[in-house]
Design a protein around this ligand. Structure first.
Ligand code: TTP
Ligand code: MG
Length: 407
């Protein structure tokens, strides 16, 4: 108590792209786009700053990226490699942080309050972290030094790439952002921005001057938005708990080999329902989905994919289906899906909007899927969901489905 917090937010620059550039000097000066290849379906995971000059950005359709930047070097992501690099980076961060909240492979908050006697010492730590990451790992990052999470994140973005910026007081935070648009606050996403704009609240100053309106529009969350507009943010870091660093998976071996890939979609949903249940019980988030297949000839393959959203059955199913799409299509004796990189927080920092939007959507999509299955198998999965959590019942149900499917 009493002592102000000192928090560092650190975020690697164009992370996946930078790793590829580091490992291949011939592409360093070119626009580099990580994601699908131009002739494939898919999106941009990230791109380097050269490619950003052409307007390319994360989550953009790959065809559009190609149109904007046909000379770009398009590369498939190599998650295993990024994970390894991420581990090295996190090790360096761990040496300085009393508490660390890992947000993503390439991003974290470090609480260094009890590690330093003065801001000067904090500055030295920030500088050392930047230097060590460059020297030992060969990558650049951007660092924000501040008194709170929100201001530290704002600071680290301020001078990106290879940036360093400090926001040491609430007043400095307010002075910096007050005339920016409302979504400069890292809790106001697209939807909230629209809602605020519809109510003639455009800037952070407008939030400050319209407390009543903001509270009316957003309820309890409005208080948070209002406080944040004054730089007030007392949120603690949520440290990673290594006890939870495990994975979960469910699989089923069919009584007879199967070649019906539509049927696998249904099975993946049921397996995902069990995973969702386990996840909720343990209050965890999954940050990656895996798929395991054993073909009739006993050849087994596993595929995995990091994903920002895989906490609900429907999301797990969707991610697993994407993995299924890319494998060799032949007869299968076992199918399984799993979650890995379990953590007490989600890997990507979603705005509250994203959460709301996601949640609405998820319920709807989940219900639609239950309806579809009910229609197809004449079974009410939704009302009997508890029973499906029991492996025995699950397997029996799947066998029943195998015999009674109608297409
Ligand atoms: P970010 O830190 O958001 O992006 P970045 O590191 O590539 O670029 P910068 O921070 O300099 O703006 O995300 C980290 C990695 O996460 C990114 O390299 C790729 C991955 N990612 C996706 O796969 N999809 C996405 O939509 C986003 C935003 C990131
Ligand atoms: Mg980054």
């Amino acid at each position: 108590m009493g002592k102000n917090k000192i928090i560092i937010h650190v975020d690697m620059d164009a992370f996946y792209a930078s790793v590829e550039m580091r490992d291949n000097p011939s592409i360093r000066k070119k626009p580099v786009i990580i994601g699908s290849l131009p002739h494939e379906r898919g999106v941009v995971a990230t791109c380097n700053y050269e490619a950003r000059k052409y307007g390319v950005h994360s989550a953009m359709n790959i065809k559009e990226a190609y149109k904007l930047c046909p000379k770009g070097v398009f590369i498939h992501p190599n998650y295993e490699k990024y994970k390894k690099v991420s581990n090295q980076i996190h090790k360096i961060w761990d040496e300085y942080a009393i508490e660390k909240e890992a947000i993503a492979l390439d991003e974290a908050y470090l609480d260094i309050t009890d590690n330093v006697e003065s801001i000067d010492e904090a500055r030295k730590i920030a500088k050392t972290i930047k230097e060590r990451i460059l020297k030992e790992i060969g990558l650049t990052c951007s660092i924000g030094l501040s008194y709170s999470k929100i201001a530290a994140k704002t600071a680290s973005e301020e001078k990106k790439p290879n940036g360093y910026f400090e926001i040491l007081t609430k007043e400095d935070f307010v002075n910096l952002v007050i005339d920016r648009e409302v979504d400069a606050l890292h809790t106001v996403g697209k939807k909230s921005k629209e809602k605020l704009n519809e109510n003639k609240i455009f800037t952070i100053r407008d939030i400050q001057n319209n407390k009543e309106k903001v509270l009316k529009l957003f309820g309890k969350r409005g208080e948070f938005i209002y406080d944040i507009s004054y730089g007030i943010d007392d949120r603690e870091l949520k440290p990673y708990n290594p006890e939870n660093a495990q994975s979960l998976s469910r699989e089923v071996t069919f009584q007879k080999d199967e070649n019906d890939y539509e049927f696998f979609k249904d099975i993946l949903f049921l397996l995902a329902i069990c995973l969702e249940n386990q996840l909720k019980k343990r209050k965890l988030h999954g940050n990656g989905v895996s798929l395991k297949i054993t073909y009739s000839d006993m050849k087994t393959i596993t595929r995995q994919k990091l994903s920002a959203s895989c906490d609900s059955a429907i999301e797990i199913q969707e991610e697993a289906l994407k993995l299924l799409e890319d494998i060799e299509k032949r007869s299968i004796r076992l199918i399984g899906t799993g979650l890995y990189q379990l953590s007490t927080q989600e890997i990507k920092q979603l705005s509250i909007d994203d959460y709301l939007e996601k949640d609405n959507n998820i319920e709807e999509r989940t219900n639609r899927e239950f309806e579809r299955l009910k229609e197809k198998y004449k079974l009410d999965f939704k009302s009997n969901i508890e029973k499906l959590y029991q492996t025995d019942t699950l397997f029996k149900t799947i066998e029943y489905m195998r015999k009674h499917r109608s297409n």
